[in-house]
Design a protein around this ligand. Structure first.
Ligand code: ATR
Length: 281
């Protein structure tokens, strides 16, 4: 039996143990692996990571607040994790620990498989400039997106993401909510993604509520919020004729990518989805 798990603090609300154990059961790999949550205080992160080879663990997911702090504790980094500057999955192989970031790729797979939409050549509008925006932006550039526009309340927070995009050879522009022609910018995007918690806290709010003229059919509007009730952003986007995508898919596919890295087996995404839908009901 080999150990899998998740390091975070707090960890009680994590949905990953249910989702990953459902996938292990479905594939029969529950005979080989078990996935457990670990509440790891920041001051214990280094010791917890160092314990992975000692315990012969296969790997862990890394969540808040450790995604960035874990980087210098690992032996190798996947190029995407390095560009993003954050790790959500660690793989232990032959005594070496390698860090990956499957968040962005998880979003892209959700976009392709559930949204039937490919980011190649597309103009993307990201709402927000936190860690999720950074991961999605990096994955979009690697998939050949044409341009990434970032709209954030605090303009300077978007600057490091713009720099990352440019270092990766991509094109990007950044905005706060002040320009008069924001509606035009929104109209020009083919894919719009809310990476902020607006819509969850506070509920029934949307960063685009005052810019609905920017939305039109032919756009895909996604939210990384995954709670079962549709967010105001997605409701209003649907009314405007846009295709929409909730954050549940990103949660599932980032986990599916981690599962594949650890086990070498394609994850049964339907079983993961079923376990999440049951849990979130
Ligand atoms: P994560 O790393 O999980 O993506 P984060 O770093 O907390 O989350 O980032 C949250 C993002 O949501 C930020 O871009 C934040 O905007 P600021 O950079 O201006 O703080 C954005 N955000 C959160 N609450 C917001 C609100 N009420 N209005 C506008 N933007 C908000």
């Amino acid at each position: 039996m080999q150990l899998l798990g998740i390091f975070g603090h707090p960890i009680t609300h994590s949905l990953s143990p249910d989702m990953q154990n459902a996938a292990l059961q479905e594939t029969g790999l529950d005979q080989k692996y078990v996935y457990l949550p670990f509440d790891i205080l920041p001051k214990h992160l280094e010791a917890a990571v160092a314990s992975l080879p000692v315990l012969g663990a296969r790997g862990v997911n890394i969540t808040l607040p450790h995604k960035e702090k874990v980087l210098p504790l690992l032996d190798d980094l996947d190029p995407q994790a390095l560009a993003i500057g954050a790790v959500n999955t660690v793989l232990h192989e032959n005594g070496r620990l390698k860090g990956y970031n499957t968040d962005g790729l998880g979003f892209i797979r959700s976009l392709r498989e559930e949204g039937q939409c490919d980011p190649y050549g597309k103009t993307i509008l990201l709402l927000g400039a936190g860690g999720a925006a950074r991961a999605i932006a990096a994955a979009m550039i690697l998939q050949g997106a044409k341009e990434i526009m970032i709209l954030n309340r605090t303009l300077p927070r978007a600057e490091p993401i713009q720099e990352m995009i440019q270092n990766m050879g991509g094109t990007s522009s950044i905005y706060d909510f002040s320009p008069e022609d924001l509606t035009e910018k929104i109209q020009s995007a083919q894919i719009i993604i809310n990476t902020t918690s607006v819509g969850l806290y506070p509920p029934d709010q949307s960063l685009l509520a005052e810019y609905l003229d920017g939305l039109h059919g032919g756009q895909l509007v996604a939210d990384i919020i995954y709670h079962p009730q549709e967010t105001l952003l997605l409701k209003q986007a649907k009314e405007k004729g846009c295709a929409t995508l909730s954050g549940l898919g990103m949660l599932i596919y980032q986990g599916a990518e981690a599962f594949r890295l650890w086990t070498g087996v394609e994850a049964p995404v339907w079983a993961m989805r079923a376990s999440l839908e049951k849990k979130l009901k």
